[in-house]
Design a protein around this ligand. Sequence first.
Ligand code: G6P
Length: 369
Amino acid sequence: EQAEKGGYDHFMLKEIHEQPKALRDTLSGRIEADNSRVNLEEVTITPEEIKGLKKIFITACGTAYHAGLVGKYIIEKLVRLPVEVDIASEFRYRQPIIEPGTLVVIISQSGETADTLAALREAKRQGARIVAVTNVVGSSVAREADDVIYTWAGPEIAVASTKAYTTQLVSMYLLALHLAGLRGTLAPEKISELLAEMKTLDEKTQEILNDSQVIRDFAREIANSDDLFYLGRGLDYSVAMEGSLKLKEISYIHAEAYAAGELKHGTLALIEEDTPVVALVTQETLFEKMVSNIQEVNARGAAVLTLAMEGLKEVEKVSRKVVYIPRTYEVLAPILTVVPLQLLAYHTAVARNCDVDKPRNLAKSVTVE
Ligand code: G6P
């Protein structure tokens, strides 16, 4: 097993560090050399059918569900199609309205999660077209879907998902830009810019991995905490949810992600002197609002670690520690922002002597409903 870990102490850390390669592999061959368009041959829906789409559902569990939340945001923004995201175990019992022109996107690393598979079958029974995003070739989800977009993350051993999530995000961007191109909802130059930028995210992820000292220090500081809050707006809120899930799964510290603007409607009551808070600030359009939300917790003594897009230096006034994310388009930021959060969960769990790769009570693939 030591050899399989390739010199890392845990599979999780190895898998976090494999992300630059996983991003490259998942993008490989799927973007035209001149960045003019997405090349997603595995999606066999015709341009006419794509033009006729009325609605998209995204259904998944756990980390894959969080990738779906990012998917909703970017598809609605770039393709202007309504998207609903459901937890798979809820979807099939809530009588979803599936009409002609409905596409259902199923996300599952393993392709074997029982709830997700049941949701796929229910959607199919009601006549929806199914696109699966999975990491396992020939898995049940892959076999039963109409089309499959494979994430080429390689085997993921650690129970807490890392490289599967970032490659699921890549798949969501590819799908969104594929649909945007065919529906004409985004200018061709804008599509090219985003596709070109996606090809740089592997290097930017590597930059984050090369400089994790601030995260390690913060991990030591929170190792004895009972609670942690993650705050963000827009896409940052979706990433905050994934960050909080990572911490819960492997460090057993209670963590909650909150839409920063909602804080004042209740949760602010829980902030005391030294309550640890992780604030995400990558969305420049929401920058001012987010800074004032951080100020709300900072003024009450919270120990704030802020992850901000490079250049947004104003956050330093309201934070105890700041980690900058290499500059990218704000819509693509989740792929980078999650990486420090994965490292934070990892180093905190190590500091607490937790079994990082096999957390208590959890399984890598849950094949019971
Ligand atoms: C389990 C794992 C999670 C994973 C979820 C969905 O709960 O512990 O890490 O996100 O299942 O798994 P899937 O294979 O469907 O993505």
